[in-house]
Design a protein around this ligand. Sequence first.
Ligand SMILES: [Zn+2]
Length: 346
Amino acid sequence: MSHRPGSPTTARGETLLWQQALTRRAALKRLGAGTLLALGLWPGALHARAKTGSRPFRFVVVNDTHYMSEACGAWLEGAVRLMRRERPEFCLLAGDLTEYGRRDDLAAVRDIFAGLGVPTFVQIGNHDYRAGSDGFVREPERRSLRAPRDARRAAPGRSRSLGAWSYSPGDRAAYMKLFPRRLNYAFEHGGWQFVGLDTTEGIFYQNTTIQSHTLRWVDDHLAKLDRAKPTVVFTHFPLGAKVRYRPINAEALLERFRNVNLRAVFSGHFHGFTERHAGAVTLTTNKCCALKRSNHDGTQERGFFVCVAEDNHIQRRFVECPLPAASPARRPDRGRSSRGASLPAR
Ligand SMILES: [Zn+2]
């Protein structure tokens, strides 16, 4: 009978324990991030220091402002005043700043958030791409678009034009110009690390794939992160298990953070509150913060999160931004195209 060096050899019971431990470790290694989450395990949490030694600080998290008109701007200014009242040290804005990705609208949102008086860290959403630049996808049509594979499957009779749409990922030049270096990036604050990641696939909203440039960026930059520092990831598309509109390869992204002391993931896109817990990691989406779009979960409130980070924990509170009476909000399941077809929500 042979044993590996260092393994217990004196008692059968001890050998068995060693083998069990090995088997468990080997099994854990094979499990994906989603399974680890489901089991309440997250190896990176083991790197956490008991105390970060940093002072508590406050920040706000906002998603899906969907600016499309001056009326949206006036309402959003009021929302930003409510945010300012919370005295945050910065703001995370998790995508879909605008409805149409127009340059002027993106600039308006940027200027309104400047009113916070503290930095706003943005992330791109599928609505921050300009559709139509190639002459195939127009605004009403983008509402019906799923990711390419799916679009072809959904309407084979129109495969020619859908084929063209399939390769029309939209144009994010205006976003890039107005928010330079705000696709994949990280910053530190108060002993915490914040990582903004681009999870979009152009204008597509469903059955999407996180693009390889993001996965590559994570592979290249993860070594620069301090594994022990509490870490927050923010994205537009939800990463929590079984949340609607979660990208197909969300787990491949999460998997990369398994040895990081990841504490929270904040996302938008699904307009509604969802929360997934797994060990130390809390993954959420929130209701939208838009005058003229509503929530996919049927709730009425618009608002944002106020978060307090202290040691390894984040306390989170929802703050509602009241709508004006008789708001013109559009139901998400009632989008209309120029042909009058009923189109799915997103
Ligand atoms: Zn949205």
